[in-house]
Design a protein around this ligand. Sequence first.
Ligand SMILES: [Zn+2]
Ligand SMILES: [Zn+2]
Length: 577
Amino acid sequence: MRADSGKVTQIFREMADLLAIKGENPFRVRAYEKAADVLEHLSGDLQDLHNEGKLEKIPGLGKGMCEKISTLLNTGRLPAYEELKKEIPAGVRELLLIPEVGPKTAKLLYEEAKVKSIEDLEKCVKSHKLQHLPGMGTKTEENILRGIRFYRTSRARILLGKALPLVEEVIGELKEKASSWIERISPAGSLRRGRETIGDIDILVSSSSSHPLMEAFTSLSCVREVLAKGETKSSILTHQGLQMDLRVVSPDSFGAALQYFTGSKAHNISLRERAIRRGLKINEYGVFTQDGEEIGGRDEEEVYACLDLPFIPPELREDRGEVDAAREGRLPQLIREEEIKGDLHLHTRASDGSASIEELMEKAQEKRYQYLAITEHSVSLKVGGGLSEEALLAEVKEIRQMNSHFEDFRVLTGTEVDIKKDGTLDYSDEVLRELDIVVAALHTGFKQDREIITTKVIKAMQNPFVRVLAHPTGRLLGERDPYAIDLDKVLEVAKEKDIWLEINAQPERLDLTDIWIREAKRRGVKMVIATDAHNIKGLDLISFGVITARRGWLESADVINTLSLKDLLKVLFKKRS
Ligand SMILES: [Zn+2]
Ligand SMILES: [Zn+2]
């Protein structure tokens, strides 16, 4: 097993929890948590650092932790961890996920009431078996029950940004372990449709022999628990608490199965109705005539063709008119990641980012971009390392000098300027005038009412220098609801003033959402797909923005940063002249 930094981080977190449940010295517990925090924010590859003997140079890691990391990287195992796992069942650690249960309570529940899982806990609470435990009463029982409900509703889904890399890793590992048994392999379900959050993960393989695949799948390095192991389907629980299913199908029905398990349910129902009207039957094995003769199923294209439809991209399969559009030849030519020519929302270490302009540029050129916009936070946003007017103008000067050295690449000067309480902007017009692109954003006052928020955002959009409205609803998936804003009015003003709305590609933002993206397109509002990257890797998040744009039916013409540098400069300066 190759333990990467994610895996090490996770083991350290688990150790901290387990030690806390055991009632160990809090300093020891904290040491693991701290090490996990350090690794989580590590720039550079842990394996490389280890190979070069530089682990101890990582700030914040003590000698003892470095030794543990070495052991993990060298052997893929950590004896202390394995001991702990033997001592405390996995389910007990899971109790900590419930808001009302801390390590002390978990220990008490396990030792005194033999509670080994959330299910156990629920049963005990409901039969009032916990009331006699020290420090517990009816009130605690109510709280725990509420905690369990909260856990169940919030836990169920993870971000696309977490799920997609995990699935890529799993598919890679399966190919490594059982490549000769894999004919075709693909994720299905909501992940393949690119939904912003994912419940369970489905993976589909076509193979003539399932046994070696199931062996490989149930022994993946991400497995916490094997839930089921069968001939055609196995299920595992990953360390992140995510359920993953692997289905093995015959090569002849791979397309039908992929179509079926990709969903959505609503999309499949409308296909089924269409099939019935044509006297056909469609299911996960294929498309059949009434006599039971199979007429398609090997590829998805074939399945759709049997219904006289062109292939419908997975991102559109939400029963939002895609079947009618397909029938009438009106499906959009969805935007592709290769069409993106630059990134228009980036932070460097001058504000709260960690990379230099040069480093971002190097990465951008790797991605064959033609431009980047540096958009640091503005002066009022202290937590974001906002730049004073002087600092911003100094950066502008530096960028202009850099630009004089290249011909076919350009770093655009810009800002992510705060919209202030009264709807004015955080820099004067004299400063904004100096910039190539002004991105306006709201970062405070999220609790205000709809009228107030909408009014100030719309006022900011009237400023002649503003071109982009960043993350228009401010939501953070699983953390913060969108603020109350009248997007309908915002779109109206965006159209009138030629303001571009951002599709922020950060996986916890993905803001605008697919439905509003489509509405913006319908109204003729242009959009920008931007990463809001704070480090080099962040530029790769663009793919999540593109997936979301595709879910909103966007084509390249709807997205400003598919323009070439030359065309972009034209539209940027048209508004001002
Ligand atoms: Zn922002
Ligand atoms: Zn930003």
